[in-house]
Write a protein that binds this ligand. Structure first.
Ligand SMILES: Cc1cc2nc3c(=O)[nH]c(=O)nc-3n(C[C@H](O)[C@H](O)[C@H](O)COP(=O)(O)OP(=O)(O)OC[C@H]3O[C@@H](n4cnc5c(N)ncnc54)[C@H](O)[C@@H]3O)c2cc1C
Length: 500
């Protein structure tokens, strides 16, 4: 064994971030002890119920069975997000996880659709099986056979955040992670180099470790309060700073998608679970009052509320350094982007993957933390731009909030992308971006950003032949979606929770 090997890891915090990290760190060699300290008195943020498809690979890495996981977390399937009232009031579009159509002769599918959109080509959604199935409340997993249109499906999950953390806790504890109940009162730094030496609990217990993972939520107990990593505030682009969350009674049908409805000063989420619906309202306190936000949330419920709304406050942005000395921040302690595209749990997953790929020894070579920090920054900024797009690309001017976000200056990186799309419907992704070209196209078209033309290469195909292919594709997608089981029937058959 390398004498410099890390022997003791301490995860501080046991929300989704803490337990995801704990579960993944069970892959470290047996000589490394992993402990997690959390405080029941403080509790967790208790939200975070919608995800994106890569979570399936996190579960697969851990060997978690999908049906067991969904049964244990009252989980449902998610084929995308329906956006209501975002472009103009009355608009609806789906940002699906699967692709639109298929590229033909090296030309992007949406370019053909742009060419024929005024000539009866239907809506872009009609060419995406995930979107059509979502509208019909149908679900089945993707087929591994690339020759069938069923292979174009991609799915993610909705689940109960508390049950997910409990599920991961059972998983991690069964594999040797030691949980300590206690509240950290003090973080001790080594005088010689400022590395974290230990944390001290309110009852005086001292927990030493070589490596610390800060999963303490918004407070960033180690990364910010002790190590002063700094915070880059992005509220000039994303002014929403509060949320209210409330569960409501389950209603039929069980939709296989998240819904996001734009409101007067923010937006409301609706997340269907097996036993209830999760709802929330993300809003900008500079543009509405808490009371008005609560009324909008409760008025918009489609089932009876099951609890009082819970209030949360946040500042959108990112921790300037997510890895400082011998401490890495994961989850809300590393930064926050509003849940419009359900990216926070993915950011935890991606942080955990980077951490495993760059796992240090006691020398803590700065090349490791520099790489981690650089990659994290790029990822946060790319997701930030995608979220800002939803606000910027609105035609609404009915409230001060929508007038503000439609007129605000935006990051250069996003402005360039919108301009390129307007010029001819082109999207170029850079590096290892999370959101696909189809995602960008879905939101840009869904919010009425009209390209002035299309790729001239899409003109090469004969018009009649193209129309025939488009009609054929629409028909096969519609037929395939209608033959799928309902979301509800699929769950009842494969992964129903007992209590549903
Ligand atoms: C309104 C809202 C909606 C969201 N919706 C989504 C969504 O749909 N999809 C998504 O992916 N993400 C969503 N998120 C983000 C998601 O909730 C978080 O990324 C996720 O829950 C991880 O939180 P966490 O573990 O970092 O923090 P927390 O859940 O806050 O956990 C912090 C932990 O640290 C412990 N702790 C803190 N201080 C101390 C101390 N002094 N001593 C000991 N322990 C301590 C706490 O007890 C707790 O265990 C949402 C967030 C918000 C605010």
């Amino acid at each position: 064994m390398n004498p410099n090997q890390i022997r003791e890891v301490l995860i501080v915090g046991g929300g989704t971030a803490g337990w995801m990290a704990a579960a993944a760190l069970t892959r470290l060699p047996p000589g490394v002890r992993v402990r997690l300290v959390e405080s029941e008195e403080i509790g967790t943020v208790g939200v975070g119920e919608a995800t994106i498809p890569p979570l399936a690979s996190f579960n697969a890495l851990l060997g978690i069975n999908e049906a067991d996981f969904l049964r244990s977390t009252q989980g449902t399937f998610k084929l995308g997000i329906e956006f209501v009232d975002w472009g103009r009031r009355g608009d609806r579009y789906i940002h699906p996880f699967g692709a639109f159509g298929m590229d033909l002769e090296g030309v992007k599918f949406h370019q053909y659709w742009l060419r024929r959109r005024q000539a009866g080509a239907g809506s872009l959604d009609d060419y995406c099986l995930s979107a059509v199935a979502a509208r019909l409340n149908r679900f089945t997993p993707a087929s591994p056979d690339p020759r069938t249109v069923l292979s174009s499906l991609r799915h993610a999950y909705h689940f109960d955040a508390g049950l997910y953390a409990a599920y991961l806790r059972r998983f991690a504890e069964a594999r040797g992670v030691e949980r300590i109940e206690g509240k950290v009162a003090q973080v001790l730094l080594r005088p010689e180099d400022g590395f974290v030496d230990a944390v001290v609990l309110t009852d005086g217990r001292r927990l030493d470790a070589d490596f610390f993972i800060d999963c303490t939520g918004f407070r960033g107990l180690l990364i910010e309060q002790a190590l002063g990593a700094g915070y880059e505030d992005w509220s000039r682009w994303l002014p929403c700073d509060r949320a209210l969350a409330v569960p409501s009674a389950r209603v039929e049908p069980l939709t296989p998608y998240t819904r996001s409805t734009a409101d007067a000063a923010g937006w409301r989420w609706r997340i269907p679970l097996q036993h209830r619906t999760g709802n929330g309202h993300v809003y900008a306190s500079g543009f509405t009052s808490d009371a008005a936000a609560e009324t909008a949330l409760l008025d918009g419920l489609d089932g009876a509320p099951l609890a009082e709304p819970r209030a949360l406050r946040f500042t959108t942005g990112r921790r300037r350094q997510q890895w400082v000395k011998n401490c890495v921040a994961l989850g809300l302690s590393s930064g926050f982007l509003e849940p419009l595209e359900s990216t926070s749990i993915h950011l935890i997953q991606s942080g955990v993957s980077k951490l495993l790929a760059l796992f240090p020894d006691k020398a803590f070579d700065p090349a490791l933390s520099d790489t981690f920090n650089r990659l994290s920054q790029v990822q946060f900024e790319q997701i930030r731009d995608f979220i800002i797009l939803h606000y910027k690309a609105t035609q609404r001017d009915d409230t001060a909030f929508w007038r503000h976000v439609s007129q605000m200056p935006i990051p250069e990186t996003l402005a360039r992308r919108i301009e390129l799309f307007r010029a001819g419907g082109r999207i170029f992704r850079e590096g290892d971006e999370l959101f696909s070209e189809a995602s960008w196209v879905a939101v840009l078209i869904g919010q009425n950003i009209q390209p002035q033309g299309h790729d001239p290469l899409a003109d090469a195909m004969d018009e009649g032949a193209l129309d025939q292919r488009l009609a054929g594709l629409r028909a096969v997608i519609d037929k395939t979606a209608r033959a799928m089981p309902t979301h509800e029937a699929f769950i009842a058959r494969h992964c129903a929770s007992g209590a549903a």
